[in-house]
Design a protein around this ligand. Structure first.
Ligand code: AHR
Length: 505
């Protein structure tokens, strides 16, 4: 029998106030994220601007506060000027990143309008691959200024009177990757990032900037890249980016679930690197982390590579349309717990991506096509809705098991979030033990009089179950077999399950 887990939670033991932007997401001009994803004028649910209302409704359900745009790899050859102005005059462009045709029907102004409808801010990325500081400055002026200068005037001429006030800017994308158009060496990129942020801050000193970190933890330049980039750009930027995609390498589900231990190591290494540069520079400011791409991504790799090679220059083809399984949802839940555990330094994170492309929301194309929730929709939705407030540092005693490539994997991974205003505390927990249910006890201190308001869980025995437009096989269940007595919560967590226990007055 698996060892009982005890989680001690004290109201006073705060990690940090969670920055709501930790529940951000990402829309790239890639595959069907934009066209037939968020935008499809001939769809039965399309609004006056051509946006799918069925998709908007699901995006609002996820409560996403910020969306990164327009890439990704796409941004590294993005000519933003082509995406604005009268639609009939816009240039069709080849997108080399994904080898598709970009019609530029949706651009800066349309996306900003969509984000407003989705109740989300825009996190804008500038092209530091094939372009530089000048294009970034012009874009900033176009988006944010109310002056009578050329680009601000151009926006008004395009029908957009009010500036967008975009606060958070990404200085390029994955510039360490040899696949990136305009890939650079660390010092070279660091210098360009510093100069671009410096110039943009001259236009508006209140902006925040994200410098590119490593594309993933396995990059040969990992960590020295961050140290070199920050050595150049430390004073001008606020965040360093992290990207990580999880792939199941064998049939071993337990090993798949252990991948978030590597994520924890990744985050700790980057915090250490930021702090090393801070020490070296005798700086008084911290660089925080923008985990601006994370998700499971592996199901469609092989087919996508083949299609991009054999069928280039298609309009919104099916690319990166991973259909997520039950176990993928559990991995995303684990990733969310890990991000929350580091919420003192991870201030921004983007689930990559939002619609159709490695996404929680999928759409069928066609006039009457349906939109549906993938399995991974649920942990993200729960965390985003119930995970606002202060992350609390728990002490967890739990059993451990070994997997193919990981020793000492804990059974229960968990975090608690205190929403002081609502007088609620939520426990998010995953049972990584794929064979056995685990008895779970949470000992609460500082929450006298709290009762269990709701217990939601994703539970299943078919690790490969998926959702479709026709059937939602993976959806949360409401559990009632839970007790709270003298501030001690007790229940049993099913094997391989995602658990959300909402407590309140
Ligand atoms: O999200 C898909 C792609 O993954 C992005 O374009 C790129 O930044 C990353 O490699």
């Amino acid at each position: 029998m698996a060892q009982k887990t005890t989680m001690t939670v004290d109201k006073e033991f705060r990690i940090a106030k969670i920055d709501k932007r930790i529940y951000g997401s990402f829309i790239e001009h890639l595959g069907r994220a934009v066209y037939t994803g968020i935008y499809q004028p001939d769809h039965e649910s399309a609004d006056e601007d051509g946006f799918r209302k069925d998709v908007l409704q699901l995006v609002r359900e996820l409560n996403v506060p910020i969306v990164r745009y327009p890439g990704g790899n796409y941004v590294s050859n993005f000519f933003w000027e082509d995406s604005v102005g009268p639609k009939e005059e816009r240039k069709k462009r080849l997108d080399m990143a994904w080898r598709t045709m970009e019609p530029n029907e949706v651009g800066i102004n349309e996306f900003s309008k969509w984000a407003k409808k989705a109740d989300a801010d825009v996190m804008m990325a500038v092209n530091l691959g094939t372009r530089g500081t000048d294009a970034a400055l012009n874009l900033l002026e176009y988006c944010n200024l109310d002056t009578d200068s050329y680009y601000a005037e151009l926006r008004r001429k395009h029908g957009e009177k009010d500036p967008y006030g975009i606060r958070l800017w990404c200085l390029g994308n994955e510039m360490d990757g040899p696949w990136q158009m305009g890939h650079k060496e660390a010092k070279e990129y660091g210098h360009l990032a510093a100069e671009t942020a410096k110039a943009m801050k001259m236009m508006d000193s209140s902006l925040e900037f994200v410098a590119c970190g490593s594309s993933n933890v396995d990059m040969p330049t990992f960590a020295t890249w961050e140290a070199d980039v920050l050595s150049e750009a430390y004073d001008y930027v606020d965040y360093i980016s992290l990207h990580q995609y999880f792939a199941k390498k064998s049939e071993d589900t337990a090993d798949f679930f252990a991948l978030t231990d590597d994520l924890d190591y990744f985050i700790r290494s980057i915090i250490a690197t930021c702090d090393y540069v801070r020490a070296k520079k005798h700086s008084k400011k911290d660089i925080n982390l923008s985990f601006d791409e994370w998700n499971v991504w592996y199901h469609t790799h092989a087919k996508d590579e083949e299609d991009m090679a054999d069928k280039p220059w298609r309009l919104h083809p099916h690319l990166l349309e991973d259909i997520y399984t039950y176990e993928d949802a559990i991995v995303d839940g684990l990733a969310l717990i890990t991000l929350l555990r580091h919420s003192d330094r991870v201030k921004v994170a983007c689930l990559a991506q939002l619609v159709n492309v490695i996404a929680p929301i999928m759409t069928e194309e066609g006039k009457n096509g349906k939109a549906f929730r993938q399995t991974i929709f649920y942990p993200f939705c729960h965390a985003s809705r119930f995970g606002r407030g202060y992350a609390l540092q728990p002490v967890i005693r739990t059993g451990k098991h070994a997997t193919a490539e990981h020793d000492e994997v804990t059974d229960i991974e968990a975090i608690a979030v205190d929403n002081e205003e609502a007088e609620e505390v939520t426990i998010f927990a995953v049972n990584r033990n794929v064979k056995e249910a685990v008895e779970f006890e949470a000992v609460l201190s500082g929450y006298e009089g709290y009762t269990v308001k709701e217990y939601l869980a994703l539970e299943g025995s078919d690790m490969l179950a998926v959702n479709s437009a026709a059937e939602e096989k993976v959806a949360p269940v409401r559990r009632t077999d839970i007790t709270i007595d003298n501030n001690v919560v007790n229940t049993w967590m099913k094997p391989a399950s995602w658990n959300v226990i909402l407590l309140g007055r």
